[in-house]
Design a protein. Structure first.
Length: 368
């Protein structure tokens, strides 16, 4: 009976863990110092560009430090989240559903059917706490931070279980993923100019996606192999994984940074190398050199390569579950590229046709 009660208590704690963790992250976001940044997005109601408080790197760093402190003092074991992953997933799923409904309910409809509004959202720009928190930025911060904790917990479980002969691939995987996460938070301002912020509305797709899908699906690779021993991955294999990852990082980060510089400092040469070359109709201008002269969405290629490199580091190429993460990126970004192409055609008209003729590759240079 005591064993049963202990299991119920642990599962209940795991179920509510995402709520507690998200509340703590939100509190840190509101309380820690932050920069005020004016973004690219224009508020449809006020006609003014939206302001954001940015402190994602500091929030994630402090959260990881709290996790490490709790683990070192054995208040919450390092691998506790891994053991409670299913209960935690159920809690995050429930929270995502409730939050999605709450943010859509009673808002002016945009689509013909409520289900479409529920999934895609009704409002584009949602801010609360007197503008101290932006829904989109906070949602990405919450999901990214819990994703990092899930990865750390799974890595801790693997090391504890198989030490001293644990897989170096697990450590490389964790390091590459945290490069990905901290890189996003370091350049948080840059993402104010990306598709997600100016094109998407806040509904189930974004809310549930960030609160549930992001922290649990993106970590599916390590969750699928943490209980497995060292596969005997070699140093050359790990180097290949790192080369693939950082090649993708150069494409993704480079393209996003070049666009950011063009939007904010149009007369400045990016990296001191590429002075902007544009196609213009007098009212709008499209960047068409540097990364944006390679393909129309070379940053998407970078995202796929990073996910592939991260997965290769695990050393289990035969485990299908580990490949779901990069496969998801392929499906997501190929679809998003089509949507973005249509949106750009509607916005720029003949100018977009000129750009497509100048840069014919959609994502992969000379291939697609």
């Amino acid at each position: 009976m005591d064993f049963l009660l202990t299991g119920i208590r642990d599962n209940a704690a795991g179920f509510f863990a995402p709520v507690i963790i998200y509340a703590g992250i939100l509190a840190l976001h509101l309380l820690l110092p932050a920069r005020r940044v004016t973004g690219y997005v224009v508020n449809e109601t006020t006609g003014k560009q939206v302001d954001y408080r940015i402190n994602g790197f500091l929030v994630m760093l402090v959260t990881v430090m709290v996790w490490a402190t709790l683990g070192a003092t054995n208040i919450v074991p390092f691998d506790w989240l891994y053991h409670q992953r299913w209960a935690s997933f159920a809690g995050a799923c429930t929270l995502g559903l409730i939050a999605s409904f709450a943010i859509v309910y009673k808002k002016p409809p945009v689509h013909k059917h409520f289900l479409a509004d529920f999934f895609l959202g009704r409002l584009k720009n949602v801010q609360f706490f007197g503008g101290r928190a932006d829904a989109k930025m906070v949602l990405y911060l919450l999901g990214a931070t819990l994703l990092g904790l899930n990865i750390l917990s799974a890595a801790a479980y693997h090391v504890h279980t198989f030490q001293p002969v644990y897989s170096p691939g697990i450590l490389v995987y964790t390091a590459l993923f945290f490069w990905f996460l901290f890189d996003y938070m370091t350049f948080e301002e840059v993402h104010l100019y990306t598709y997600d912020l100016f094109a998407e509305r806040v509904g189930f797709k974004l809310v549930w996606g960030c609160l549930t899908f992001y922290p649990f699906f993106y970590s599916i690779g390590i969750l699928a192999v943490a209980h497995r021993p060292d596969p005997g991955i070699s140093t050359p294999q790990l180097l290949v994984a790192c080369v693939v990852f950082f090649s993708g990082w150069i494409f993704a980060r480079g393209a996003n940074m070049q666009k950011f510089f063009f939007k904010t400092r149009p007369d400045q040469a990016f990296l001191g190398i590429w002075k902007p070359k544009v196609l213009s109709n007098g009212n709008a201008a499209l960047l068409c050199n540097g990364f944006w002269g390679i393909s129309r969405h070379v940053n998407y290629l970078g995202e796929v390569l990073m996910a592939t490199g991260i997965t290769l580091a695990l050393g289990y190429p035969e485990i299908v579950w580990a490949w779901l993460y990069p496969l998801y990126y392929v499906l997501l970004l190929s679809t998003r590229e089509r949507d973005d192409d249509k949106r750009c055609k509607d916005k720029y008209g003949d100018l977009w046709d000129q750009y497509c003729e100048r840069v014919p590759s959609r994502i992969i240079p000379r291939i697609y």
